[in-house]
Design a protein around this ligand. Structure first.
Ligand code: PLP
Length: 481
């Protein structure tokens, strides 16, 4: 054997480097969580980042230096000043689970390649089903992200509700789904991937709190039918990506049952609230959903990617991909729970359940409850702090950990508020101390924060608002002069 191979697989080498790398990561985590790093977003221009990694790739690097450089050249998700996208501060237990499963490298597509991962996956799905109040017949699987989970759910809806044989004969005619104008773009994308085109999406307007106007559903459906489109499903958002608003799932479910439509809930962000008694009422009515998506990597402390797709009637989950790869699934058409690739896009799939499973098994659901409650509380506190200041407004009362707000300009200075808030976000990104994002709602630009780190406190919130006021004052002064 080539000595290179021998050395690469040396257990001694693995033991020593892994110990050293874990020490570096633990130091990083400690400093990061304590807010001791100066920047949550140590911004590097794309070309500079590329040039750096190209040179490292060409010249080579020691593993420990590699670890330090990756840390320093990445977004500091564990920094309490990170309030940007919806991604979580990963629980160290789940990080370690990732190391274990990467080392074992089993899959979880077919049972014989991933005995532990497959069984863990079933436990995770059952736990979520219980939290959501789904029936005993519920079943599902994990898949690579909410986007893919939503597409898979739409394909299942089509298989169950469309009278035509789209899977075998290609897509013809005019199917459509109804979803609020606040839905995640992946729903629109799923519809277009299925070949339904832009008329495949019927946008339902949202109310002043960005929740679907469910009263509009019957009329919109009638219009669609008159236009020759067959509506097969309604998608509720729980919560929406921009503002974290929860649609009235009870009303949507009632409409779907009366009309014989598939009821899907995109709970990628917000289905996590099912883990707390205090927040679960936001999901009232979800127990009637035909399918539900949940992301464990958003509020549930799990490293990316880790998503679940649940079906109220487990049988439905087998109908998505009706053609089977026989070499993988010897044994015919049995609806066995343990050959997951029958029901998922992935063929080779990571042991993705292990990360969230490790949280459930080592800490219990009470840890997830504590996290959901904490983030929820922090976000409400943030709304109070914003309200206490003069020149701010919030888009809508936060329902989970997402909050959109904006600066309303200095008194007496005529200001283009979109330009001002754009400018604020740009300046803060350049400074890199805080990380927040922006979003556009009905033509207005808002600063958008997701409180995703349980170590964030009032200190970081006040600090952020002060920084925003400073930028606004500077640009106000510039306009006056
Ligand atoms: C984040 C999100 C998605 C997409 O999920 P990914 O895991 O990022 O693919 C879909 N829907 C909603 C409501 C989301 O918040």
């Amino acid at each position: 054997m080539d000595p290179l191979l021998k050395d690469a697989y040396s257990a001694t080498r693995f033991r020593e480097s892994a110990h050293r790398v874990v020490d570096i990561l633990a130091d990083h985590l400690e400093a990061s969580l304590a807010g001791k790093k100066p920047q949550a977003l140590p911004w590097i221009e794309p070309e500079a980042s590329l040039a750096y990694w190209q040179s490292v790739g060409e010249e080579g690097i020691e593993l420990e230096d590699f670890c330090r450089e990756v840390i320093d050249r990445s977004v500091q998700i564990s920094d309490p000043k990170f309030m940007g996208h919806q991604i979580c501060t990963p629980a160290p237990t789940a990080v370690i689970a990732g190391l274990i499963t990467d080392c074992l490298n089993n899959g979880s597509g077919v049972y014989e390649m991933g005995m532990a991962g497959t069984a863990m996956e079933r436990f995770v799905i059952q736990t979520v089903a219980r939290q959501l109040g789904l029936s005993e017949q519920a079943s599902g699987f994990m898949t690579s992200g909410g986007t893919l989970a939503n597409l898979t759910a739409m394909l299942a809806a089509r298989a169950v509700k469309s009278s035509r044989e789209d899977w075998s004969q290609g897509t013809r005619g005019q199917l459509a789904i109804m979803v609020s104008d606040q839905s995640h773009y992946c729903i629109d994308r799923a519809v277009r991937i299925m070949g339904w085109g832009e008329t495949g999406i019927i946008q339902v307007p949202s109310d002043d709190r960005f929740r679907m106007c469910t009263a509009a559903l019957p009329e919109l459906r009638e219009q669609a039918t008159r236009a020759g489109r067959q509506v097969i499903a309604v998608v509720g958002s729980a919560g929406s990506t921009s503002t974290g608003s929860f649609d009235d799932l009870r009303e949507i479910g009632k409409f779907c049952r009366e009309e014989g439509l598939w009821f899907h809930v995109d709970g990628a962000h917000g289905a996590a609230v099912a883990f707390s008694d205090r927040t679960r009422p936001l999901l009232s009515g979800i127990e009637h959903a035909d399918s539900v998506v949940i992301d464990f990597h958003k509020m549930l402390m799990t490293p990316v990617l880790s998503s679940g797709l649940l079906f109220r009637n487990g049988e439905d989950s087998f109908r998505t991909f009706a053609v089977e790869a026989e070499y993988l699934f010897a044994g015919g058409a049995e609806r066995d729970w343990f050959n997951l690739a029958r029901r998922t896009f992935e063929c080779t799939k990571t042991m993705m359940a292990a990360k969230v499973f490790s949280i459930l098994a080592v800490h219990g659901t009470q840890l997830l409850r504590a996290n959901v409650d904490r983030l929820h509380e922090l976000c409400r506190r943030f709304a109070v702090l914003i309200r206490q200041r003069k020149h701010f407004e919030i888009a809508t009362e936060p329902e989970t950990n997402i909050l959109c707000f904006r600066h309303t300009g200095q008194a007496g200075v005529p200001t283009d508020l979109n330009a001002l808030n754009n400018h604020i976000r740009q300046r803060l990104t350049q400074a890199g101390r805080h990380y927040l994002v922006k979003t556009t709602l009905r033509g207005k630009i808002w600063l958008r924060t997701t409180i995703s780190n349980p170590f964030t406190s009032e200190t970081e919130m006040v600090d952020l608002l002060d920084a925003i006021e400073l930028v606004a004052a500077e640009s106000g002064a510039a306009m006056m002069s």
